[in-house]
Design a protein around this ligand. Structure first.
Ligand code: FCB
Length: 472
């Protein structure tokens, strides 16, 4: 029964069919949904410590309980099965599997084995991310991502998880959004561990990429037939506010540090020369790079996870050396402008065409690498109606528009193999706490009751039809 948003299909001028075997799914991340932070032998992560600091998180929220997915995963897997989700992207908490970052906890591994078995029992493909920002605090105490050794510890952790779950998980992602882990965690300080040192942010970025490369080596060495390994990067295309070389230069700078800085080394192109020049005055990068690092980082991946939410508008400043209002390492002579048009509750603009352009550019820039949209979605102010339903037409529109954008990119030749909506559940949205709801499934954080939003029903229909309505 396709009861999601019947009018959207009914009024559609047609449907856009996706390729056979297109991988549909939904994403979450350990700290954002699990809770159970002191259970099952889990050790503290940097997010446990950071959320305890005054003034860091809206309303003083923490991930202590979150969606209680640690206990309720069987119920959540049932919801996924009811939605017909072919894939579930989740992350493993390093501090559950290695409470001090180094010593294996069998209890922790067992938890994820149970989760994976539950998924497989429902024919849901597990897409496992090894790192979604929750570094064991014990490693942060030794320097965290500022320390090169953390990359080695990560590789050992990756090998351990693969040894335990490699017989039942085929889709692996090493790291989610090194941009956020490095630049928000060590640069702007709005994420754990909360440091505000641009040089440390660049060092951390290099060590995160190195960790990815070192983990790839371990994973490949243990790989079984049919397994695929990837990395998920977050992209925000830069939209110039005007024409002319100054505007193009502003866009180049932002695109460089936000997008190409992380992508190019993974592709074997090294750090882009223009970005190296932009960040040279900051320090922290050149000194971190050792012989052989770039070869390690460029280990071939099977697909690239593309996380996309919104573009960023930029404009030049008169003085090319004037500090930017955007606290990314090395940015000068340009500002980020307010978003325009329709905004989500996060204040992000809804520009689906940027996703098409991004995927087409990635197809060209990577030489045809398979792509999976590993995160895309939107926060809106949802409310439960008296009929107990959550009518979220804005999210349905956002999803429909962005799915059409993905379809257009495929039409244009990009090898996009899947789409994983962010997020399955409303959850702990980092510095915003529980104030921003991204789920297609509503969570009542008082009672932990789950309710399907209209967007979940819409998405169920998309999956069932392997198609999106062409337009209304
Ligand atoms: C991404 C994160 C994810 C979630 C969304 C909204 O940057 O990977 O955990 O917070 O943003």
């Amino acid at each position: 029964m396709l009861d999601g948003k019947p009018e959207i299909w009914g009024q559609a001028t047609g449907v856009l069919n996706f390729p056979q075997r297109f991988l549909w799914g939904a994403s979450t991340a350990s700290y954002q949904v699990e809770g159970g932070v002191t259970e099952g032998g889990r050790g503290p992560s940097i997010w446990d410590v950071f959320t305890g600091l005054p003034g860091k998180i809206q309303d003083g929220a923490t991930g202590e309980v979150a969606c209680d997915h640690f206990h309720r995963y069987p119920e959540d897997v049932t919801i996924m099965a009811d939605l017909g989700l072919p894939a579930y992207r989740f992350s493993v908490s390093w501090s559950r599997v290695m409470p001090d970052g180094k010593t294996v906890s069998q209890q922790g591994l067992d938890h994820y084995r149970r989760l994976v078995d539950e998924l497989r029992g429902r024919d849901i493909e597990p897409v496992l991310t090894l790192y979604h920002w929750d570094l064991p605090q014990a490693l942060e105490d030794e320097g965290g991502w500022r320390s090169r050794e953390t990359a080695d510890h990560f590789a050992a952790y990756a090998a351990t998880v693969h040894q335990a779950l490699g017989d039942r998980v085929n889709q692996w992602t090493t790291i989610n959004e090194p941009f956020c882990a490095a630049f928000l965690g060590y640069g702007s300080g709005i994420h754990a561990p909360g440091h505000t040192d641009p040089a440390a942010a660049l060092t951390a970025a290099h060590h995160l990429l190195l960790a990815h490369g070192k983990a790839m080596r371990e994973l490949r060495a243990q790989s079984a037939p049919g397994q695929e390994f990837s990395l998920a990067l977050n992209f925000s295309p830069a939209l110039a506010d005007g024409h002319g070389p100054e505007h193009a230069e502003a866009a180049r700078k932002f695109d460089g540090i936000h997008n190409r800085f992380f992508l190019d080394p993974v592709l074997g192109k090294g750090y882009p020369d223009d970005v190296l020049a932009d960040v040279a005055h900051v320090g922290g990068l050149e000194s971190a790079i050792q012989d052989g690092d770039l070869a390690t980082i460029s280990a071939p991946i099977d697909w690239l996870g593309v996380n996309y939410y919104a573009p960023t508008r930029v404009a030049p400043l008169d003085d090319p050396h004037a500090p930017s209002n955007c606290p990314l390492p090395g940015l000068r002579g340009m500002d980020v402008l307010p978003p325009r048009g329709r905004l989500t509750a996060f204040g992000w603009e809804q520009t689906p065409g940027s996703l098409t352009e991004l995927l087409r550019w990635l197809n060209w820039h990577t030489g045809g690498l398979p792509l999976i949209v590993a995160e895309n979605g939107a926060a809106f102010e949802d409310s439960v109606d008296p009929d107990d339903r959550i009518h979220d037409p804005d999210r349905v529109t956002y999803l429909a528009e962005h799915l059409r954008a993905v379809h257009a990119a495929i039409d244009g030749g990009a090898d996009v193999r899947g789409y994983l909506v962010w997020s399955l559940l409303d959850n702990f949205e980092w510095s915003m706490g529980y104030s921003k709801r991204f789920g297609i499934v509503h969570v009542d954080f008082e009672t932990q009751r789950r309710r399907l939003k209209d967007s979940a029903l819409f998405y169920r229909d998309v999956i069932a039809r392997n198609a999106v309505p062409a337009g209304v």
